[in-house]
Design a protein around this ligand. Sequence first.
Ligand code: SDX
Length: 430
Amino acid sequence: MDNSASLRIGDNEIELPLIVGSEDEHAVDTRTLRARSGFVTFDEGYGNTGSCLSKITFVDGEKGILRYCGYPIEQLAEKSNFLEVAFLTIYGELPDQDKADNFREKVLRSTNLHVSMERHFEGFPGNSHPMAVLSAMLNSLGCYYPDMASNNRQQDLEHFDNAAAVLISKVRTIAAMSYRTKMGLPFNYPDNELGYSGNFLHMMFSQPHHPYIASPEVAHALNLFLLLHADHEQNCSTSTVRMVASGGANLFASVASGVCALWGPLHGGANMAVIKMLEEIQKTGDDGSKFLDEVKDGNKKLMGFGHRVYKNFDPRANILAQAAERLFASLGSQDSLLDIARHLADAALHQDYFIERKLYPNVDFYSGIILKAIGIPLDMFTVMFAIGRMPGWIAHWKELAENPKGRIHRPRQIYMGANQRDYLPIEERD
Ligand code: SDX
């Protein structure tokens, strides 16, 4: 293949260079298009537009491939853990023992909040959505760590390692404290003898004189959930983080914007919507068949299914489906929600309507079932997604911040509004 693309517009023909990625993805480099033709591209939803060159995550939607820095998600799910995968996505390599110990120590040292920050929780109304609280509290970390949040890019990079550990560690504490506040319960302070997931569940569910010790199966299921959410290339929230970071904003402000983007029901809010959908079906006594008919009639959306990129299967869903079965077996759970979920997944994999529309279970489908089985409150499901996605947001901020040729993200538009017209005094208007 030539190393350029020819574009003819009227009598003008221009050659645009091609870019070929390390996994043979091809792109037309349109960075000079407007200067040379006066035209811009139009790609609403950016489904055909590459916003950056990245080394963090590779996704092949047709083949159902997902790799973090070259490592297949299936291998990481089987052999690694969330903290190690967080290190991998942020620094690009699996840590050796010293680096792993040092990273774990930084995270352990960063678990507590400043006592005055704990008082912020009292300022939110009791029915505040945990995602609103999370984005506000993450952004306010910049007030407590001004050296890490100077918006002086070089200085913020110098403090990056500590800022990353602060976020990976404190996102759990903030999430748990927002839950305890909402429930009118006293805070549980971190027990650093526990692992990453176990410490979070302790902070969430321990009661005075009754510490919550997660079973190995529950801790593993949560750790796997977090690991599988660590990054996913230029999804809506990660692209938001990069957009905000491109203006020079610090890491805390950038990830706080990612939380806001993730909140949407079409993105991170889908795991909550999955359970609401299954419970709605369960209430009617339907095994899912009637609901599927309503979806086919276009009256309902099948939450947890479909994906902008995965057009055959979401590899994360396959792994989580097995984890859900193991967790339910270990808990001896008889919740018919899993039966309904199995029925919907089976229909999506075998019925033409869903196959034609590539509506396969995505990461959120089994996530919701696992989180419900662990006892995570429904309105915190997307918070759990944010805890898992934190390493990816951090990694993309770093990759953008370290790019010396980086520019502020400023897309163009096609104006479709009124042509020029003159101002009329109100008495002369129609
Ligand atoms: C995540 O980008 C990422 O990587 C995201 C994510 C990550 O890790 O960051 O993977 C996490 O966000 C997963 C997706 C979670 N969202 C949901 O589960 C919500 C339900 N899914 C959809 O809303 C939808 O499938 C999207 C948003 C995921 C993808 O939407 P697209 O690619 O824009 O697809 P589309 O809206 O153009 O739909 C194509 C067709 C349409 O049918 P027709 O109009 O052509 O007849 O498929 C239909 C849609 O109506 N369709 C659905 C459907 N999703 C698409 N029909 C029923 N149920 C659905 N869920």
